[in-house]
Design a protein around this ligand. Structure first.
Ligand SMILES: C[S@@+](CC[C@H](N)C(=O)[O-])C[C@H]1O[C@@H](n2cnc3c(N)ncnc32)[C@H](O)[C@@H]1O
Length: 368
């Protein structure tokens, strides 16, 4: 039976068919990859080989030639598809009793991040002792099945965010060699290597907010530009006249240039690669606004950022991780320290329990 179809089924009168299907399914006996066969006034449900039927199933177990079955349409919900793909892999690759299979199945990831044709699983996926044991006992892991179930070509797994300045390793590839991706969000194309750079979906509201600003005629300094999370929306959607993008990581800078080229805005971008303690002082008095997008804090660059503003002043977008109960006080203190007034306070996302990533828009009416 080369197509994996079952060799037996449970034959029940149609009137009992739904009740029996539910029992078989709850007990993990139903092979959902196949449609039931109609046999006069009876239905025959496909069941997995080698499993004993639950006691409340009163249908008759019969032999069925594998070619009798036709494949069921794939379920629409990706969580179901993932679970079923892993279940089929378990049945063919792992010698495990039903209880262990259920435990493994209950530990299948419930969320993931899609970057075009690449899906990134969270760092704790398939990392339990039970899964580690199952994977080391199998001749090959279920990555191809998982990618197919999630309609992806490539599969990766997020690493714990490195605590180094440039946030070096971000993910490892499980299926597919390259982590290069091109993602379009609100009409803006971002390009990066997902194994190296982080593309935080949690920052999406802030990316959109920066892109919604009317920046026509403005010069912007992005002090921590990365692959262009804010630089590209400001150029493409905000229509900024020019963005000076600073970053210490040459790889991130190279990807930002590729992103700018993909959007056709590279002629309005100047890149300054190096520590912004050195690059910002060379940009004194040029900017209508400065973006300070580094977590947990961008504090070391605040003074230089104020000096980047034009003599008539401008805006600072200060990112910071702040304890929930300190947010209002922090905003007041920060605006005062920068010699400006609060224009807006954006709560972007929870960074950790009780700690929020916030962005404070400070208007400084006179540059230094
Ligand atoms: C990952 S981005 C942060 C983007 C966004 N705010 C977020 O949290 O997703 C931070 C960028 O700042 C750069 N960076 C860190 N310290 C820097 C410094 N002293 N000078 C210039 N760039 C720096 C890193 O290389 C990195 O690309």
């Amino acid at each position: 039976m080369g197509n994996g179809a079952p060799s037996s089924g449970v034959r029940v009168p149609r009137a009992d068919a739904e009740r029996v299907r539910a029992s078989l399914d709850a007990a993990g006996c139903l092979d959902r990859a196949w449609r039931p066969v109609v046999d006069g006034g009876h239905l025959v449900w496909p069941v997995h080989g080698g499993v004993s039927l639950p006691a409340d199933v009163d249908g008759e177990r019969i032999d069925v030639a594998p070619e009798t079955w036709s494949a069921a349409p794939p379920p629409i919900d990706p969580h179901h598809r993932l679970r079923e793909a892993v279940e089929r892999w378990l049945l063919t690759h792992i010698q495990a009793d039903r209880e262990r299979q259920e435990a493994l199945l209950n530990d299948v990831p419930k969320r993931w991040e899609r970057l075009n044709d690449l899906v990134l699983l969270p760092n704790d996926a398939f990392a339990s002792p039970l899964w580690k044991e199952a994977l080391s006992a199998s001749e090959r892991p279920p990555w191809a099945e998982i990618a197919a179930a999630l309609r992806a070509e490539r599969l990766g797994q997020q690493a714990h965010i490195a605590s180094d300045v440039i946030r070096s390793s971000n993910a490892t590839m499980l299926l597919g060699a390259s982590g290069d991706v091109e993602v379009t969000d609100h009409g803006v194309v971002f390009r990066f290597d997902a194994t190296q750079q982080m593309y935080s979906s949690g920052n999406v509201t802030e990316r959109h907010r920066m892109g919604n600003l009317d920046l026509r005629g403005e010069t912007v300094v992005d002090a921590f530009s990365g692959i262009g999370y804010y630089t590209l929306p400001m150029l493409v959607r905000g229509g900024a006249e020019h963005v000076h993008a600073c970053d210490i990581n040459p790889d991130a800078a190279a990807w930002l240039l590729k992103g700018a080229q993909a959007n056709g805005v590279e002629h309005r971008l100047t890149q300054h690669v190096g520590d912004n303690r050195t690059t910002l002082p060379a940009l004194q008095g040029v900017a209508d606004r400065v973006v300070l997008g580094l977590l947990p804090t961008s504090e070391h660059a605040w003074e230089d950022a104020v000096r980047c503003l034009k003599p008539g002043g401008g805006w600072l977008h200060v990112h910071m991780n702040v304890e929930e109960e300190r947010i209002e006080a922090w905003a007041e203190e920060t605006a005062a320290r920068l010699g400006g007034s609060i224009g807006h306070l954006e709560r972007v996302k929870w960074y950790a329990p009780r700690i929020r990533h916030v962005v404070l828009d400070v208007h400084v009416s006179r540059g230094i």
